[in-house]
Design a protein around this ligand. Structure first.
Ligand code: GLY
Length: 342
């Protein structure tokens, strides 16, 4: 087995936690478990199929498949089952799965007994390079994605890159959308690296941003590059059960190209930099078109419902100073850029 890569997310006030990356990292879970808990509630989905041993007494709680697990009724179900089992505030949740599970598991940990420890075992590319790192967690409402949530830092994160080999291809491609995002956040050479190093490099970029702005007072918003349109596409394609018609990373990939178009239309980046956005997304074999059945006006109105919107439509855009948040008040320009992606 290749050596695992261990790095820390260093937060203000001396808080820190390890992120263990590499093939076979899940087998080392017990070595990064926090000291103190006697019991671990393992939250996972049937389709994940990754068994873990936290080294203490544990029980597995299986939540519904897919994105529809990320809803308040599932938080209630889990909390009731934890209480029935006798999980105390000194115990720990271990979330084993992709971004759905780490978001849900983090949120139930943040709220059960007003907050208990959580460890993430991230099994999808998307969770390993984004969702499991940095403490954001939450659930969706029919009105939008992640509208109820918390900042709740894990005690440790394990990213077992061997689990990526068994991901459904569409799920892996979805993670590639988040990888594309990191190209514009300082990860220019990412595509040159082997997978474990690539995951570790993204973790490092994210850890540095989170360390500087844990609760998204400012700079952390750059991690939402491509997400304003991405979230709108997810919400606009949701069915009655809460399942989205587009995967998160696929939406982010479309959103990255859209952000490039908007930045170009605002004169913030030149045509060459816009072409780079298209090139990076295409290199990951991701599509950058907006389906014709999604009305432009609906997408634009979803932008302003997105939780990042403060006093207008706040976008994360590339520009002369790199990626930063920009208030865009020209809805016609936003609509026009959508039309250019049909
Ligand atoms: N996924 C964006 C963030 O963690 O801030």
């Amino acid at each position: 087995m290749q050596a695992l890569i261990k790095q820390n997310v260093d937060l203000p006030d001396g808080r820190t936690y390890p992120v263990l990356v590499g093939d076979g990292a899940a087998a080392e879970l017990a070595s990064v478990m926090p000291e103190g808990p006697r019991r671990a509630a393992i939250v996972t989905q049937a389709e994940i199929g990754v068994e873990v041993d936290p080294g203490i007494e544990h029980r597995v709680f299986t939540v519904p498949s897919g994105e529809k697990a990320k809803r308040l009724s599932v938080v209630e179900d889990l909390a009731s089952q934890f209480a029935t089992w006798g999980l105390t505030r000194h115990d720990v949740v271990v979330a084993v799965g992709g971004g759905v599970v780490t978001d849900l598991g983090g949120f139930v940990a943040a709220s059960y007994h007003r907050g208990i420890k959580v460890v993430h075992v991230a099994t999808s590319l998307l969770a390993q390079i984004d969702a499991a790192i940095g403490g954001k967690c939450g659930v969706n409402l029919p009105e939008g994605k992640n509208l109820v949530g918390a900042f709740w830092q894990p005690s440790a994160v394990v990213c077992d890159t061997a689990t990526l080999a068994t991901l459904p291809p569409a799920e892996f491609r979805s993670g590639m959308g988040e990888l594309a995002k990191y190209h514009f956040l300082g990860g220019g050479q990412l595509d040159q690296l082997p997978l474990p190093e690539r995951v570790a490099a993204c973790v490092k970029i994210k850890a540095d941003v989170v360390a500087a702005d844990e609760r998204e007072g400012g700079r952390r918003a750059i991690l939402n590059y491509g997400h304003t349109l991405g979230h709108a596409l997810e919400t606009a394609t949701a069915d009655k059960t809460g399942e989205y018609g587009i995967r998160h990373g696929e939406g982010v990939a479309v959103g990255v190209v859209y952000a490039g178009l908007v930045a170009n239309a605002l004169g913030r980046i030149d045509d060459e930099r816009l072409a780079e956005h298209r090139r990076v997304v295409a290199a990951y074999d991701l599509d950058a078109t907006i389906p014709d059945n999604l009305a432009t006006s609906d997408l634009v109105s979803l932008f302003s419902r997105d939780k990042k919107a403060v006093d207008g439509i706040t976008f994360v855009l590339d520009g002369p100073n790199g990626v930063e948040t920009v208030l865009v008040d020209d809805e016609e320009l936003l609509a026009d850029c959508i039309e250019r992606m049909r």
